[in-house]
Design a protein. Structure first.
Length: 190
């Protein structure tokens, strides 16, 4: 069975919206506006590319990343990695042609089936709504969080507000950086 890893830049109050400057969010670009850059804090991002064997995205994140990431030197390894997009509306003719193999999944049942296949970890970037659904369905195995010392207030949040039983997480890696950024890696206890 494959491991599903949710990775996120997240504010202290749980917001994940617009970290890189995506339009439409009033605090867009918050990961680089008010926090000094500390390169060692982003080591986990390079490691994710090396350790992952597939990317899982929601439609909105796919539509934001697919025009940009294929040509970015920082994401070279992702270019050839298989991508899976969970969407009920996206069509094959909407997929970009320069980002490698991309498969549209229509349901969480298809994600669960993908998870049962042979292969290495599947990384989930962005995709707040997809993260909610995956978490609620018990399909996330690990969280890679870079927690920013910011309170953003309103915005899309990583964690679902569904009323459900307690879900225990086990801290497996952490580090605090001089700029207040915290790396937190949690396994979902089963």
């Amino acid at each position: 069975m494959r491991t599903v890893i949710s990775t996120a830049f997240i504010s202290l109050d749980g917001v994940v919206e617009g970290p890189g400057g995506e339009p439409g969010y009033r605090n867009s670009g918050w990961t680089f506006k008010d926090i000094d850059f500390v390169p060692e804090a982003f080591e986990i991002k390079g490691r994710e590319q090396q350790e992952s064997t597939a990317i899982l995205l929601g439609r909105v994140s796919y539509e934001a990343f697919s025009p940009v990431w294929p040509d970015m030197a920082e994401f070279t390894h992702y270019k050839t990695m298989p991508k899976y997009v969970v969407s009920t509306t996206l069509t094959d003719d909407s997929l970009v042609s320069n980002w490698g193999e991309t498969t549209i999944l229509r349901s969480l049942d298809e994600v669960a089936a993908l998870k049962q296949t042979d292969g290495g970890p599947i990384i989930v970037h962005g995709s707040a709504r997809l993260n909610h659904s995956l978490s609620d369905a018990g399909l996330i195995d690990r969280y890679h969080l870079l927690v920013y010392p910011l309170l953003l207030g309103a915005g899309k949040r990583l964690f679902s507000t569904t009323d459900k039983d307690t879900q225990k997480l086990t801290l497996v890696e952490h580090e605090i950086y001089i700029n207040g950024l915290q790396k937190q890696v949690f396994d979902v206890a089963r």
